[in-house]
Design a protein around this ligand. Structure first.
Ligand code: MTE
Ligand code: MO
Length: 222
């Protein structure tokens, strides 16, 4: 598999993210449950049994952080986002409102969004296992999104809720606007909004080492 523009392989799979999330951990890492809100008929909670009744998918894919590191061949298992939407959510959305934007809320306070159309691709999973083991705290317990065609900041960990909206008026990104591309597709090097790919590479690369160490230390002190 060819490495996308500006990416480099790393041998390990570090715990990573915006520095401010290094010291925040999920409160309910063992409970599989998702709050569904937004432009839906009535807000609902998807319980573990409902989610586990969906077809189980296993998938191997490279994992691309926007700061330019790539972890090769991550083996995820879980459920297709499209199955979750079609079988569990769509029947509960308001018929007059067409959903275009999905917002993910995490137990550590992180959030991100993607267009619904991007999430309906068959490689987008709600993953609850990595390399055959239940997700660790480091990698997103109890459940995370995995979307290999997008930079990993669009793969939220420790999911708590998913919001389905007609437009983007209820979403504000957790970082600077400059850092958040609405789609963030790896193949098109959509690292952020407003600046060319090479500039993000140059700004982000020096942050990898310190960020990996900060996240590792925080996990060790937990
Ligand atoms: N809840 C949550 N999800 C998150 C983040 C975070 O800080 N908190 N960081 C994002 C970023 S920038 C990256 S690169 C990946 C890192 O995933 P990993 O810790 O499993 O390597 O998670 C993404 N999802
Ligand atoms: Mo990232």
């Amino acid at each position: 598999m060819r490495l996308p523009p500006g990416q480099r392989y790393r041998n390990d799979f570090p715990r990573f993210g915006l520095p401010r999330y290094a010291h925040r951990f999920p409160k309910e890492a063992n409970i599989l449950r998702l709050e569904i809100t937004g432009d839906v008929e009535v807000p609902t909670t998807l319980e573990e049994a409902e989610i586990r009744a969906l077809p189980q998918i296993e998938q191997v894919a490279d994992f691309h952080c926007v700061t330019t590191w790539t972890h090769r061949d991550a083996r995820w298992s879980g459920y297709r986002f499209a199955d979750v939407f079609n079988q569990l959510v769509a029947p509960r959305t308001r018929p007059e409102s067409e959903i275009t934007l999905v917002v993910f809320r995490c137990q550590d306070g992180y959030r991100t969004s993607l267009p619904l159309a991007d999430l309906m691709q068959p490689d987008v999973l709600l993953a609850d296992a990595l390399a055959g083991e239940p997700l660790s705290i480091a990698h997103g317990a109890p459940v995370r999104l995995v979307t290999p065609a997008h930079y990993a900041y669009k793969s939220p960990k420790h999911l708590r809720g998913i919001e389905f909206w007609r437009d983007d008026r209820n979403y504000r990104s957790p970082g600077l606007k400059f850092m958040d591309h609405p789609r963030a597709r790896v193949a098109f090097e959509e690292r952020g909004r407003g600046a060319p790919g090479w500039l993000y590479r140059m700004l982000y690369r020096p942050l990898i080492g310190p960020t990996v160490r900060r996240f590792r230390r925080a996990l060790g002190n937990r």
